[in-house]
Design a protein around this ligand. Structure first.
Ligand SMILES: *Cc1c(COP(=O)(O)O)cnc(C)c1O
Length: 370
């Protein structure tokens, strides 16, 4: 039995007919950039999240960069973000000429720690970026007063949390703006790169749209130096088909996560992920913590189980961010977790039989018996 970490083929099988019909239309029309498919997807995604505006862009990192730029981040500024995240969160800040200021996460949920955010605020702080890591929303209600006191916006990194909620507020609709990614493996994934910025503010949405199209509000008028970062029409077709199924797919993830919780509850040596109170987790990743992680990863691979690690190297310990001069020991929770994190296969098409095999293989690797 081979069990992949993500199963894009099964997603494709569900949507194949719809995608083929949509693509035939796009290719027949020759409209490959923009057009009704993109506009419809933006509207449908905004509706799904529960925000007023969605602007499709080329990928999640661009979405973050553009959201931060219109939120006022620029050269010489500082942006506070968690050390336990995908490197793109920091990259977007760096690309604007600002400095990522990392803080540690809380040990229970591995989400940005508000107490440390508060201590990291300086006169140069321009924004705070909570990352809704693994599929659950960061403690926004605790970050909001800190951001307000500092006079800076919250810009959400919602790349892993499409459909997640906290106290009934949606990921991607709580901060001033939010960025998301439709990288294929995300809960809502395209057939290539894609991303979006969401916000309730019509002017900020307009500014993102203009900047993403060469700083051009109308053809051949360029008031600002922009970028080329548009959502492909072909991707919009795929995303519309998958968005129609996302609520159901997220429900399946929640059921499977609960089942992992039951199956693994009494297995010694496995620390289970915890859904924070008030959160509706969408389980982009099911991340347990174990000792001797790399050996287990190898044995799981031999048993056909495609487990992963998100992420093995915290941002400050990457070569790219040696420039921050935060060496080992700077963020103990993130660093300790990085050696133990193990993402088990969890996707909407995982069967109970496959899940049983994952658990049996893990138990065998841990304790030598199944
Ligand atoms: C995927 C991801 C991104 C970046 O998205 P891309 O589309 O790959 O540029 C940013 N932040 C987080 C937390 C992500 O998981």
């Amino acid at each position: 039995m081979r069990i992949p970490l993500v199963d894009l083929a099964s997603q494709q099988a569900e949507i194949a007919d719809e995608v083929r019909a949509g693509l035939d239309e796009v290719f027949a029309s020759g409209a490959f950039v923009g057009g009704p498919q993109v506009a419809c997807f933006e509207q449908e995604y905004a509706g799904f999240i529960g925000v007023r505006h969605c602007v499709g862009v080329a990928n999640g990192t661009d979405a973050l960069e553009l959201a931060l730029r219109v939120a006022g981040v620029g050269p010489g500024g500082e942006v506070i973000l968690p050390a336990n995240t995908f490197v793109a969160t920091a990259e977007a800040v760096s690309r604007l000429g600002a400095r990522p200021v990392l803080v540690d996460v809380d040990d229970e949920h591995l989400l940005i720690d508000p107490a440390q955010v508060e201590r990291a605020v300086t006169r140069r702080t321009q924004a705070i970026v909570p990352v809704h890591l693994y599929g659950q929303v960061a403690p926004m209600e605790r970050l909001a007063p800190i951001a307000a006191a500092a006079g800076v916006p919250l810009v959400e990194d919602a790349a892993q949390a499409q459909g997640a909620r906290r106290h009934d507020q949606p990921a991607g609709g709580i901060g001033l703006l939010a960025a998301t990614s439709f990288y294929p493996g995300k809960n809502l994934g395209a057939a290539g790169d894609a991303g979006a910025v969401t916000t309730d503010d019509p002017e900020l949405a307009h500014r993102v749209r203009v900047l993403a199209a060469h700083g051009s509000p109308t053809k051949y008028v360029h008031d600002e130096i922009g970028v080329n970062s548009r959502l492909d029409t072909v991707q919009a077709v795929v995303l519309r088909a998958k968005l129609a199924r996302l609520a159901r797919w997220n429900d399946a993830r929640r059921r499977l996560a609960a089942r992992y919780g039951e199956l693994l509850a009494d297995v010694p040596g496995v620390r289970l992920p915890v859904e924070a109170e008030g959160n509706t987790h969408v389980w982009h990743l099911y991340v347990v913590r174990v000792e001797d992680r790399d050996r287990l990863l190898g044995e799981l691979a031999e048993a056909g189980v495609g487990a992963g690690v998100h992420y093995p190297t915290p941002v400050h310990l990457t070569g790219a961010y040696a420039c921050l001069r935060r060496g080992p020991g700077s963020f103990p929770v993130t660093e300790e977790a990085a050696g133990r994190l193990l993402s088990l296969p969890l996707h909407p098409h995982l069967t109970c039989e496959q899940q049983d095999h994952v658990v049996a293989s893990l138990v065998h690797a841990l304790h030598g018996t199944a």
